[in-house]
Design a protein around this ligand. Structure first.
Ligand SMILES: Nc1ncnc2c1ncn2[C@@H]1O[C@H](COP(=O)(O)OP(=O)(O)OP(=O)(O)O)[C@@H](O)[C@H]1O
Length: 876
């Protein structure tokens, strides 16, 4: 089977069967094609019981994720199918997968291994044969106990980690159940090392709780040794609050920790409707979930999980300082006594109830119900994170959680647009009245007047430091002074950023729920969510949701556009800042964009073209006669363009800068073309794809949405592009490479058809100042979000059909301006990549002074000076 990019050379694949093996070979650069790739053909699987030793290379499996293994039982799978031996390629998949591989060399297969779907190694790496019997049940179980690493069509990967086991414990699974079920699903016996590790990692989970009572936080445990550890720990001791009358820890009765069963239905579910009609009693509530557990137990041969045995005799507790919450949580995690946060909202008589419920017409979907069942599984509200794909309805999940808890709630999101959307959705899906819900943004600063209510704000608004306006300060005091039943964090992956952490720690909150589609950051802080918010409670499988019509099925393609020789020559010669502009403005790319827009408009699609580079955005849009929106487009014009895109059959394509990555709900859009993007951000790629996942037509027979990334060949864009795709590939999306667009050259009105025109474009690009993205985005930032008059002759004209290049004014600006990303309240980029680029840039500058090659005499002198400096520094 071939591992090189698909030879697809035209758009024919639109019409082809998406399940066709030939068409969906995973797309990878032919980095290493040679003897190693086609090397030895050792036996990999299909062994007899007790047969040969097994060694699987995960990195290689990654490459083979979508290679169809049609009949695994029919014969041995050969290493070549997985590209084993192509070791040099490993670094290519950095960050996507454990590179070490899964080693089962000391394990013998069980006699009925073909019935069991899992390969499990002693480090907790798991490979699932998604085509095997019981694979479905196995995956439901794995989602609860392990981290999904990659879930393409046939081979899935998971990894057991400490946080993933804590998530499992937090939703009520027991250590022995985890081991028992894993062992039964595995083709080989579990190693003692792994079982010991699972036991060790779960031993103390759930034994320590962090509880908010009367505006004071307490650490609670029923295990005396843990109490001892906590009270003697240096950090925790430092966070302890001792009051005169309570010098020692307080002791409560057993009822404090008893785990109740859920005896209320989650609003919006069939169960809730049946309970309302009196068809089921309190005792039967939650039975469906228990039945499912029993069914899994029956399939794998064990009984229903026992109730957690934590009803000890007494609970010891001591107070910790509210303002030291982050330290307490982090320290508890570090000493392996993670503090569980649960809220017994039904028995909270201190905080007033909020009269909120879902409107009768609101019906939540099965996966939304499943995620909420994890949060409310034992009758209390567990703090944690729910991960659902873009467009899958996270807002309704959050609203339903608020309707279940029925206490005052604080909702934080990333922008003022999202605040407005959340408010509107609360009013749409629930019975909350305008009096009970308010927004806290630059423009709105009201407080609710009822005893309980909802406040929606942004992370930046809450995290703001320094002097605030009087009304904003009053609002903050109001927020800080009270207890909140529920803190809802939208796009929770932003929360670990330094400036936003205080949003979590600033308030007295009982239950926290984080929502996100992409639990990824390009730094390593995503793990902090575990102690900042709580464990991951649920993560949906994108492909399953697409199969069931909840999100659209998307065909993804990367279109390789060769650089014209003239552009490439300049690309090689120029520093990286200019290079970005050169590969974005490559005439072949502009033509490819024109061709794809025409093709999709003629099919009746609505097209969004994304460009982070605002200079390119304007240039493309004007040249192709399309509307565009970026940070500098006035609000009224933005709304007008968006509304026309939705309703006007004459306006079928819009160009969007980064401002459209999130929070723009355009269910009409069915095709996305990305012409320039912000380095290697996997999250941005997923969020952009999210714009078409909610396509209105998604349930039409045979409907596909389309996602293209236009990449200038042999430039750094290719590297970033493959990095960006990492997250989506792990969700099961296959990116097809298109190397040629048939019919492009014959297209009437093709832009830049002659060499002379291309060279004139090149001249314009080269004459453009380094801060080529000087656009209204920049003005927005300078003017603190308010619009500012642009210089004469450089007015944005979003609807302009002029074919001229945008007027440019020269001024200096940092590299980020080139991406149009400076207008976001939260930016994420691969720091190491940026460092590399600026280092390269500095080096280029050093070598070139005033655009000319530095004279060798200066170079030599510089080397001498460097040597002297070094000598001085080392004292020699
Ligand atoms: N159960 C449901 N019933 C009806 N409509 C729903 C349901 N769940 C979600 N929706 C609708 O689906 C659309 C997408 O939902 P939402 O905006 O909450 O997605 P999201 O997951 O927050 O996406 P993103 O991550 O892109 O912001 C909305 O129009 C919402 O009203």
């Amino acid at each position: 089977m071939s591992r090189s990019p698909s030879p697809a050379s035209s758009l024919d694949f639109f019409e082809s069967d998406p399940s066709s093996e030939e068409e969906y070979v995973p797309v990878r650069r032919p980095r290493k094609v040679g003897p190693a790739a086609g090397g030895s053909k050792k036996l990999l699987g299909g062994a007899k019981a007790g047969g040969p030793k097994i060694k699987i290379n995960l990195g290689a499996l990654q490459r083979a994720k979508d290679v169809a293994i049609a009949h695994p039982a029919d014969g041995p799978i050969e290493e070549d199918d997985f590209g084993v031996g192509d070791e040099d390629d490993e670094g290519y998949f950095d960050g996507m997968i454990g590179k070490r591989g899964i080693d089962l060399s000391n394990q013998a297969l069980k006699s009925d291994h073909s019935l069991r779907p899992l390969w499990v190694d002693d480090k907790g790496n798991i490979i699932v044969e998604a085509f095997a019997p019981f694979a479905r049940q196995a995956q439901d179980f794995l989602v609860a106990i392990a981290e999904p690493v990659s879930r393409p069509s046939l081979i899935h990967e998971y990894r057991i980690t400490k946080p993933s086991l804590h998530s499992a414990m937090s939703i009520g699974l027991e250590t022995k159940v985890v081991i028992e079920v894993l062992s039964r699903l595995s083709k080989t016996p579990l190693s003692t090392r792994l079982t010991a590790r699972i036991e060790e990692w779960t031993a103390s989970f759930g034994k320590v709780r962090l509880v908010l009572k009367d505006n004071r936080y307490f650490l609670e445990t029923s295990v005396p040794e843990f109490l001892q550890t906590l009270m003697t720990d240096e950090v925790i001791r430092d966070c302890r609050v001792t009051r005169e009358i309570e010098s020692g820890p307080t002791v409560f009765g057993a009822e404090q920790t008893a785990r109740p069963r859920r005896d209320y239905a989650i609003p919006g579910t069939e169960e809730a409707r049946r309970a309302e009609r009196g068809e089921i009693q309190a005792d039967d509530i939650g039975q469906q979930g228990r039945d499912n557990d029993a069914l899994l137990g029956a399939v794998i041969g064990i009984g229903e999980a026992d109730e957690m045995d934590d009803e000890d005799d007494a609970v010891h507790s001591f107070e910790v300082a509210g303002e030291r919450m982050e330290d307490v949580r982090r320290r508890c995690k570090d000493i392996d006594l993670p503090a569980l946060e649960e809220y017994d909202f039904r028995n909270d008589s201190v905080n007033p109830n909020l009269d909120i419920q879902l409107k009768p017409m609101t019906v939540i979907r099965p996966y939304q119900e499943m995620s909420l069942a994890k949060m409310f599984g034992n009758g209390r509200a567990r703090s944690g994170v729910i991960v659902l794909p873009c467009g899958a309805g996270k807002t309704l999940v959050g609203i339903t959680a608020a309707c279940t808890i029925k206490k005052s709630a604080l909702v934080l999101c990333t922008s003022a647009v999202s605040v407005a959307q959340w408010k509107q959705q609360f009013l749409h899906f629930s019975n909350i009245s305008e009096r009970q819900i308010c927004a806290f943004t630059q423009g709105e600063k009201e407080m609710f007047t009822t005893p309980a209510g909802i406040v929606i704000s942004t992370y930046s608004m809450i995290a703001k430091t320094g002097k605030r306006a009087h009304d904003a300060e009053k609002m903050m005091q109001f927020l800080r002074s009270r207890e909140w039943g529920f803190l809802l964090l939208d796009e929770v992956h932003v929360a670990p950023a330094d400036m936003f952490r205080k949003c979590i720690n600033n308030f007295k909150v009982h239950a926290k729920l984080g929502l996100t589609a992409t639990l990824v950051r390009e730094d390593d802080r995503i793990g902090d969510l575990g102690y900042l918010i709580g464990p991951k409670l649920y993560e949906a499988n994108w492909m399953d949701l697409a199969k069931n019509g909840h999100i659209a099925t998307v065909q993804c393609a990367e279109v390789w556009c060769p650089m014209t020789p003239e552009f490439y020559r300049e690309y090689l010669r120029n520093p990286s800042r200019k290079r970005i502009l050169l590969h974005a403005m490559n005439p072949n790319k502009i033509q490819a964009a024109q061709f794809l827009i025409n093709y999709h408009e003629s099919r009746g699609d609505k097209v969004i073209v994304f460009s982070d580079n605002v200079f390119a955005l304007e240039a493309y849009a004007k040249k192709l006669g399309k509307s565009f929106i970026h940070g500098g487009t006035p609000e009224g014009e933005r709304l007008r363009i968006l509304s026309r895109f939705q309703h006007d059959p004459q306006l079928n394509t819009i160009f969007l800068s980064k401002v459209g990555d999130t929070s723009i709900d355009l269910p009409e859009a069915t095709c996305l073309i990305q012409i320039s993007s912000h380095f290697g951000s996997r999250r941005q790629e997923a969020q952009r794809l999210g714009r078409i996942l909610r396509a209105k037509r998604r349930n039409d027979e045979g409907f596909n949405a389309f996602f293209y990334s236009l990449v200038s060949k042999d430039t750094q864009e290719m590297y970033y592009s493959s990095k960006r795709q990492g997250f989506l590939i792990d969700q099961g999306y296959a990116f097809k490479v298109i190397t040629e667009l048939h019919g492009l050259e014959a297209m009437p009105n093709l832009v830049f058809p002659t060499k002379a025109q291309q060279i004139s474009l090149l001249e314009e690009v080269l004459n453009t100042g380094d801060a080529a993205a000087e656009t209204a985005d920049h003005y927005m930032r300078l003017n603190n979000g308010k619009h500012m008059k642009r210089p004469a002759g450089n007015q944005p004209s979003s609807l302009s059909n002029s074919s001229s290049m945008p007027a440019v004014q020269r001024f200096t600006a940092p590299l980020e301006h080139l991406s149009g990303g400076q207008n976001l309240s939260y930016r994420e980029q691969n720091k190491s990549v940026n460092k590399e680029l600026s280092r390269e840039d500095r080096q280029n500058k050093r070598d070139r002074v005033g655009g000319k090659e530095q004279h060798s005499l200066f170079k030599k002198r510089k080397q001498e000076l460097d040597a002297i400096k070094k000598q001085r520094a080392t004292g020699n």
